[in-house]
Design a protein around this ligand. Structure first.
Ligand SMILES: Nc1ncnc2c1ncn2[C@@H]1O[C@H](COP(=O)(O)OP(=O)(O)O)[C@@H](O)[C@H]1O
Ligand SMILES: [Mg+2]
Length: 453
């Protein structure tokens, strides 16, 4: 039997022991490369030199991206944990198995086990933990770590499982950020109690306020912080993405970087300089959004306008992609809200955008809710609602577009005040339209959930 081929990147004195153990007759394994660092390991993996990587948990540069690249090369990863690299952190990096204390038999068992299980997506693997009686360490955040986090973390045993809404739209400022903020405000019930009558009041009375996290993932023109008058320009999303890349993003860290604004919303601000986009790799944003589900009932992501992956870089899985954050949000989303401007140019871009969305380089399973924003007769003639509906039905096959009217004065006022329109002008027809959109998002997500028991 040829056995399992192992790329060994173990530091310190243990290296010799490990290589000897793996090389012993009957081990079922062969060390095909001894790598001094992550770069060497990745090169060996890319060259197809081995099927399993055995790494020290504290190997410099071993992050989620590196583990993702090993997986992409078809290499499973076994990590040796120690005090500097506890098992929980290693699992958060997406490794396939962790050996918690050095023991020849455990090590060989782990290497053989991962080699025979089928490769899975980083982060979603069935983790193996050896050396602690198979104790499940999947969740690095023990309940006690969460305490003291006021309202951010409910202290019930079952982790919250919030929903993710991605708000996307083509170039041209159709209103992605406005939609993100107003849908978030509506989901959080922020205009509640200010203006209520009829159906809106009944709806408000039946739905309890929920926690909402806004994430600014627009790598071309982040604007959520500026819209909400947040002066501190440290991008929260970049900070938590960094933690995610290193496997250390826990709930308190996420909460710390997402301040509460306007009473109810938490905000993870975006990168203030477009040139900083490499700080938001898809592999890290994916983890942030997964964690966000534990922090908030709703995570609403403001996406950038472009969807393509750089073809030239596609062959180098490590090269960061400028649209990676947006693609990660679309892939994670339970609902994708697609926003277009309700004028002749905007509608045309929306029609093309819906086509582009069908061809994105990542699987997007979420249902789309299409929005035409700033519907007004000055742009499309008399009976603008009918005109917009007809155009979208005819050219995009969308027969249930959600219409949002135009209220430039209202939105300017909200911008000036650094608040959402929901707070600033709860009676604006635009606020009412976004509340309707939020209801639709809720209803869409409700159809995805298993019936409550
Ligand atoms: N329904 C609306 N009525 C009036 N103005 C709007 C409306 N929606 C958005 N705007 C304005 O259009 C501009 C662009 O909106 P924004 O949400 O920033 O677009 P994007 O995020 O797609 O670039 C902003 O000045 C915003 O206030
Ligand atoms: Mg924007």
């Amino acid at each position: 039997m040829a056995g399992v081929t192992v790329l060994c990147a173990v530091r310190g004195a243990a290296e010799t022991d490990v290589v000897l153990a793996l090389g012993a007759p009957g081990s079922g394994a062969t060390v095909t490369r001894r790598c001094g660092d992550v770069a060497e390991l990745l090169a060996a993996a890319a060259a197809g030199a081995g099927g399993v990587a055995l790494v020290s948990g504290d190997l410099p540069g071993l992050d989620r991206e590196a583990v993702g690249r090993l997986h992409a090369a078809g290499v499973r990863v076994v990590a040796l944990s120690d005090d500097a690299a506890p098992a929980a952190r290693l699992h958060a990096l997406g490794v396939d198995a962790v050996v918690e204390r050095y023991d020849e038999a455990l090590l060989l068992a782990a290497v053989r086990d991962v080699a025979t299980t089928t490769a899975s997506v980083a982060g979603a693997s069935d983790h193996l933990v050896l050396g602690r009686g198979g104790q499940d360490l999947d969740d690095p955040l023990g309940p006690e770590d969460a305490l003291g986090l006021e309202d951010a973390v409910a202290d019930d045993a079952v982790p919250r499982r919030g929903s993710v809404v991605a708000v996307w739209g083509p170039v041209g400022g159709p209103g992605r950020t406005t939609t993100t903020l107003e849908v978030a405000a509506a989901l959080g019930g922020m205009s509640r109690g200010r203006r209520r009558h009829g159906r809106a009041r009944r709806e408000a009375a039946t739905s309890a306020p929920e926690s909402v996290l806004v994430v600014d993932a627009d790598t071309y023109g982040a604007s959520v912080a500026a819209r909400l008058g947040l002066l501190d320009d440290a991008p929260g999303l970049a900070a938590v993405a960094r933690a995610a890349a290193h496997g250390s993003l826990d709930l308190p860290t996420l909460a710390r970087h997402s301040p509460v604004v306007g009473g109810r919303l938490r905000v993870l601000t975006g990168i203030t300089r477009a040139a900083r986009w490499p700080e938001l790799p898809a592999s890290a944003v994916e983890v942030v959004l997964e964690r966000a589900r534990e922090l908030a009932d709703w995570t609403v992501v403001d996406c950038g306008p472009l969807l393509e992956a750089d073809e030239l870089l596609m062959y180098d899985t490590h090269a960061p992609q400028r649209n990676g954050a947006t693609l990660a949000a679309l892939q994670a989303a339970d609902v994708v809200v697609v926003v277009g401007a309700a004028d002749p140019v905007g509608i045309q871009r929306l029609v093309r955008g819906l086509e582009d969305l069908r061809e994105v380089p990542v699987p997007v399973a979420a249902e789309r809710v299409v929005v035409a924003n700033r519907v007004r007769s000055s742009a499309v003639g008399s009976r603008p609602e009918a005109a917009v509906r007809d155009a979208l039905a005819r050219y995009a096959g969308v027969d249930d577009v959600h219409l949002v009217p135009d209220d430039a004065a209202g939105l300017d006022g909200a911008l000036l005040a650094g608040r959402t329109l929901a707070e600033e002008a709860p009676g604006s027809p635009v606020t009412v339209a976004f509340e309707g959109l939020a209801q639709r998002v809720r209803a869409t997500v409700a159809t995805l959930l298993p019936a409550e028991v």
